[in-house]
Design a protein around this ligand. Structure first.
Ligand code: ATP
Length: 242
């Protein structure tokens, strides 16, 4: 294990009702990088990130996050998790949602107000703070969920499809912010099935049918397969060779 390892996944297996969903997955995420899990729908990405957060438990294998074996309740304050389906109180305003999560994370009042302003500016929702969440669009809800994950400035962000339903301009600004967070030492794990987004990650794990097909920097993955796009690389590892 390297000294800057934030997540160590060793030989994880997970099955639901006899169906193997994750099959002998091992990977490592290093401090201050953005690690992307790339794979088609149903490949096991969400299941894997849920194991990383400790929401769910593996049948076999070990996971260590920030030096602690998961699941561990105390780790939750260290992780900013954005689930695929938004966990928001729709009858409350965005501000009330943020205040609720800020108090869960134990943020003091002055810090709470400052952070609420900051995270809402990052996702460009500062003008919609007082709007009820049930009046938000799908993309706005995604952005609010991201804002909540950022609220307590956790050292590790785990984001399940963070930019789905978000327009390209805002997506670019969110990526810029993710890179800023990396520069300040934050480690990010995200899932995606968007190939152009995968190229923005420092390292990629390609997943298909519960197996890790390959893991490396986008540049190395392209070079080692002689591909010109990440999509071609994925197809190569998936056994589709022209
Ligand atoms: N609680 C569960 N009970 C039974 N099967 C499950 C459960 N959670 C996930 N699965 C199955 O595990 C497989 C992997 O699902 P998972 O949600 O991890 O995939 P994914 O790569 O995140 O897909 P998507 O991009 O569509 O979210 C799927 O076949 C899914 O039906």
């Amino acid at each position: 294990m390297e000294t800057n390892t934030v997540i160590q996944v060793s030989h994880i297996r997970k099955a639901f009702g006899g169906k193997i969903v994750l099959d002998d997955i091992s990977l490592e995420v290093r401090q201050a990088e953005t690690y992307g899990l790339l794979g088609p729908s149903g490949s096991g990405k969400t299941t894997l990130v849920k194991l990383l957060t400790g929401i769910d438990e593996a049948d076999q294998g070990d996971i260590t996050v920030l030096g602690v074996k998961v699941p561990k309740l105390s780790l939750l304050s260290q992780i900013g998790y954005m689930a695929q389906s938004d966990a928001l109180y729709s009858e409350l305003s965005a501000k009330e949602n943020l205040e609720f999560f800020a108090s869960l994370y134990g943020l003091k009042k002055a810090e709470r107000n400052r952070r609420i302003q900051e995270v809402m500016e990052i996702v460009n929702l500062q003008d919609h703070l007082r709007k009820r969440v049930d009046q938000y669009s799908g993309g706005m809800k995604r952005r609010l969920s991201l804002a909540i994950a950022l609220l307590h400035e956790p050292p590790l962000l785990i984001l399940d499809e963070p930019t789905v339903g978000i327009d390209p301009v805002l997506r670019m600004s969110i990526w810029k912010e993710l890179k800023n967070l990396n520069a300040r030492g934050t480690t990010i794990v995200l899932t995606t099935h968007v190939m152009d987004e995968a190229e923005k990650c420092d390292r990629l794990g390609m997943i298909r049918e519960g197996r890790l097909l390959a893991e490396d920097t986008p540049a190395n993955l392209l070079a080692s397969t002689g591909s010109s796009t990440i999509e071609e690389t994925f197809l190569y590892y998936g056994g589709v060779r022209p």
